[in-house]
Design a protein around this ligand. Structure first.
Ligand code: XMP
Length: 185
Protein backbone atom coordinates (compact mmCIF):
# COMPACT_ATOMS: atom_id res chain seq x y z
CA UNK A 1 0.00 0.00 0.00
CA UNK A 2 1.40 3.39 -0.88
CA UNK A 3 0.75 6.11 1.67
CA UNK A 4 0.79 9.67 0.51
CA UNK A 5 2.31 11.15 3.66
CA UNK A 6 4.59 14.13 3.17
CA UNK A 7 5.91 13.98 6.79
CA UNK A 8 9.35 12.36 6.89
CA UNK A 9 9.76 9.67 9.57
CA UNK A 10 11.16 10.87 12.89
CA UNK A 11 14.83 10.08 13.17
CA UNK A 12 15.66 7.57 15.87
CA UNK A 13 18.67 8.27 18.13
CA UNK A 14 18.99 11.99 17.40
CA UNK A 15 21.83 12.23 19.93
CA UNK A 16 24.97 10.17 20.32
CA UNK A 17 25.03 7.64 23.15
CA UNK A 18 27.94 6.38 25.28
CA UNK A 19 27.42 2.69 26.00
CA UNK A 20 27.47 1.96 29.72
CA UNK A 21 26.34 -1.70 29.74
CA UNK A 22 26.55 -3.75 26.56
CA UNK A 23 23.85 -5.99 25.17
CA UNK A 24 25.94 -9.10 25.96
CA UNK A 25 26.49 -8.00 29.57
CA UNK A 26 22.76 -7.42 30.03
CA UNK A 27 21.81 -10.77 28.52
CA UNK A 28 24.33 -12.65 30.72
CA UNK A 29 23.13 -10.90 33.85
CA UNK A 30 19.43 -11.40 33.07
CA UNK A 31 20.16 -15.12 32.61
CA UNK A 32 21.83 -15.20 36.04
CA UNK A 33 18.92 -13.38 37.66
CA UNK A 34 16.55 -15.88 36.04
CA UNK A 35 18.48 -18.81 37.61
CA UNK A 36 18.38 -17.11 41.03
CA UNK A 37 14.64 -16.41 40.81
CA UNK A 38 13.96 -19.99 39.68
CA UNK A 39 15.80 -21.37 42.69
CA UNK A 40 14.09 -19.00 45.14
CA UNK A 41 10.53 -19.48 43.85
CA UNK A 42 10.48 -23.19 43.13
CA UNK A 43 7.03 -24.56 44.07
CA UNK A 44 5.66 -21.12 44.98
CA UNK A 45 2.72 -19.24 43.37
CA UNK A 46 4.83 -16.52 41.74
CA UNK A 47 3.32 -13.37 40.23
CA UNK A 48 5.74 -10.98 38.55
CA UNK A 49 4.35 -7.44 38.68
CA UNK A 50 6.18 -5.17 36.25
CA UNK A 51 6.11 -1.38 36.51
CA UNK A 52 5.43 0.13 33.10
CA UNK A 53 6.80 1.46 30.90
CA UNK A 54 10.53 1.28 31.56
CA UNK A 55 10.63 -2.37 32.66
CA UNK A 56 9.01 -3.66 29.46
CA UNK A 57 12.15 -5.09 27.85
CA UNK A 58 13.60 -6.34 31.14
CA UNK A 59 10.31 -8.18 31.81
CA UNK A 60 10.22 -9.75 28.34
CA UNK A 61 13.80 -11.01 28.61
CA UNK A 62 13.61 -12.12 32.24
CA UNK A 63 10.44 -14.23 31.98
CA UNK A 64 12.03 -16.14 29.10
CA UNK A 65 14.81 -17.11 31.50
CA UNK A 66 12.48 -18.41 34.23
CA UNK A 67 11.48 -22.02 33.76
CA UNK A 68 8.75 -21.92 36.40
CA UNK A 69 5.00 -21.50 36.15
CA UNK A 70 4.26 -17.88 36.96
CA UNK A 71 1.76 -15.10 36.26
CA UNK A 72 2.67 -11.72 34.81
CA UNK A 73 0.86 -8.56 35.85
CA UNK A 74 1.41 -4.95 34.85
CA UNK A 75 0.87 -1.64 36.50
CA UNK A 76 1.72 1.90 35.59
CA UNK A 77 3.26 4.27 38.08
CA UNK A 78 4.29 7.85 37.52
CA UNK A 79 5.42 10.70 39.70
CA UNK A 80 3.68 14.01 39.20
CA UNK A 81 5.55 17.09 40.20
CA UNK A 82 3.09 19.60 38.73
CA UNK A 83 1.15 22.40 40.38
CA UNK A 84 -1.84 20.25 41.31
CA UNK A 85 0.02 17.52 43.17
CA UNK A 86 2.76 17.82 45.72
CA UNK A 87 6.24 16.82 44.64
CA UNK A 88 6.92 13.14 44.24
CA UNK A 89 3.35 11.89 44.78
CA UNK A 90 3.06 8.59 42.99
CA UNK A 91 0.09 7.98 40.73
CA UNK A 92 -0.55 4.25 40.35
CA UNK A 93 -2.79 2.77 37.67
CA UNK A 94 -3.68 -0.77 38.66
CA UNK A 95 -6.01 -1.44 35.73
CA UNK A 96 -4.03 -4.52 34.65
CA UNK A 97 -3.28 -5.80 38.12
CA UNK A 98 -4.98 -9.14 38.81
CA UNK A 99 -5.53 -10.65 42.25
CA UNK A 100 -2.28 -10.88 44.18
CA UNK A 101 -3.68 -12.07 47.50
CA UNK A 102 -1.96 -15.28 48.63
CA UNK A 103 0.55 -14.96 45.79
CA UNK A 104 4.30 -14.47 46.08
CA UNK A 105 4.87 -11.17 44.32
CA UNK A 106 8.06 -10.11 42.60
CA UNK A 107 7.90 -6.39 41.78
CA UNK A 108 10.00 -5.55 38.76
CA UNK A 109 11.27 -2.10 37.81
CA UNK A 110 13.88 -0.80 35.40
CA UNK A 111 15.82 1.35 37.81
CA UNK A 112 16.01 2.14 41.51
CA UNK A 113 16.68 5.85 41.82
CA UNK A 114 15.24 7.59 44.91
CA UNK A 115 13.41 4.37 45.82
CA UNK A 116 10.00 6.04 46.27
CA UNK A 117 8.32 4.13 43.44
CA UNK A 118 9.18 0.65 44.68
CA UNK A 119 8.72 1.50 48.35
CA UNK A 120 5.20 2.79 47.64
CA UNK A 121 4.33 -0.22 45.51
CA UNK A 122 5.58 -2.67 48.13
CA UNK A 123 3.11 -1.00 50.52
CA UNK A 124 0.25 -1.37 48.01
CA UNK A 125 0.96 -5.04 47.32
CA UNK A 126 1.09 -5.70 51.01
CA UNK A 127 -2.33 -4.05 51.53
CA UNK A 128 -3.71 -6.31 48.79
CA UNK A 129 -2.75 -9.38 50.75
CA UNK A 130 0.31 -10.66 48.88
CA UNK A 131 1.90 -13.65 50.64
CA UNK A 132 5.39 -12.26 50.14
CA UNK A 133 6.86 -9.33 48.24
CA UNK A 134 10.32 -9.04 46.77
CA UNK A 135 11.79 -6.50 44.38
CA UNK A 136 13.96 -6.81 41.27
CA UNK A 137 15.61 -3.99 39.36
CA UNK A 138 17.89 -4.03 36.36
CA UNK A 139 19.78 -0.94 37.54
CA UNK A 140 20.47 0.74 40.85
CA UNK A 141 21.80 4.30 40.85
CA UNK A 142 24.44 5.08 43.41
CA UNK A 143 24.03 8.01 45.79
CA UNK A 144 20.41 8.88 45.02
CA UNK A 145 18.31 6.76 47.32
CA UNK A 146 15.99 8.62 49.71
CA UNK A 147 14.07 5.74 51.28
CA UNK A 148 15.39 2.52 52.70
CA UNK A 149 14.80 -0.33 50.28
CA UNK A 150 17.25 -3.11 49.52
CA UNK A 151 16.31 -4.75 46.20
CA UNK A 152 16.33 -8.56 46.39
CA UNK A 153 17.61 -8.88 42.81
CA UNK A 154 19.73 -6.23 41.12
CA UNK A 155 21.34 -6.41 37.70
CA UNK A 156 23.91 -3.62 37.83
CA UNK A 157 24.96 -0.76 40.08
CA UNK A 158 25.49 2.39 38.01
CA UNK A 159 26.82 5.91 38.61
CA UNK A 160 24.47 8.85 39.10
CA UNK A 161 23.73 9.70 35.47
CA UNK A 162 20.57 9.77 33.37
CA UNK A 163 20.54 6.51 31.45
CA UNK A 164 18.57 5.40 28.41
CA UNK A 165 18.07 2.22 26.40
CA UNK A 166 16.79 -1.30 27.17
CA UNK A 167 13.35 0.14 28.00
CA UNK A 168 14.52 3.43 29.52
CA UNK A 169 13.61 6.53 27.57
CA UNK A 170 14.39 10.17 27.07
CA UNK A 171 11.36 12.00 25.67
CA UNK A 172 9.88 8.65 24.55
CA UNK A 173 12.94 7.79 22.48
CA UNK A 174 15.84 5.33 22.91
CA UNK A 175 13.77 2.59 24.60
CA UNK A 176 14.51 0.18 21.76
CA UNK A 177 18.30 0.19 22.19
CA UNK A 178 19.57 -3.25 23.26
CA UNK A 179 22.15 -1.69 25.59
CA UNK A 180 22.10 0.88 28.42
CA UNK A 181 23.80 4.16 27.65
CA UNK A 182 24.26 7.77 28.62
CA UNK A 183 23.32 10.58 26.25
CA UNK A 184 26.32 12.63 25.29
CA UNK A 185 25.87 16.40 25.69
P1 XMP B 1 12.44 6.31 41.95
O1 XMP B 1 13.09 7.64 42.18
O2 XMP B 1 11.04 6.30 42.44
O3 XMP B 1 12.38 6.30 40.39
O4 XMP B 1 13.29 5.18 42.43
C1 XMP B 1 12.18 5.22 39.63
C2 XMP B 1 11.67 5.66 38.28
O5 XMP B 1 12.28 6.88 37.82
C3 XMP B 1 12.61 6.79 36.46
N1 XMP B 1 14.07 7.02 36.30
C4 XMP B 1 14.74 7.05 35.14
N2 XMP B 1 14.33 6.88 33.87
N3 XMP B 1 16.54 7.16 33.08
C5 XMP B 1 15.24 6.94 32.85
O6 XMP B 1 14.86 6.77 31.69
C6 XMP B 1 17.04 7.36 34.31
O7 XMP B 1 18.25 7.56 34.48
C7 XMP B 1 16.08 7.29 35.40
N4 XMP B 1 16.21 7.43 36.75
C8 XMP B 1 14.96 7.26 37.25
C9 XMP B 1 12.22 5.39 36.04
O8 XMP B 1 10.97 5.47 35.39
C10 XMP B 1 12.04 4.60 37.29
O9 XMP B 1 11.02 3.62 37.20
Amino acid sequence: IAFDDPTPPKKRNPRAVDVLITEAQIQDRVRELGRQIEADYHGKPLTIVAVLTGSLIFLADLIRQIELPHRVALLQASSYRGATTSAGVLNVNEAFLPEVSDRDVLLLDDILDTGHTLATLVGRMSMQGARSIRTAVLLRKIGRQEVHLEPDYCGFIIPDAFVIGYGLDYNDDYRHLPYVGILTP
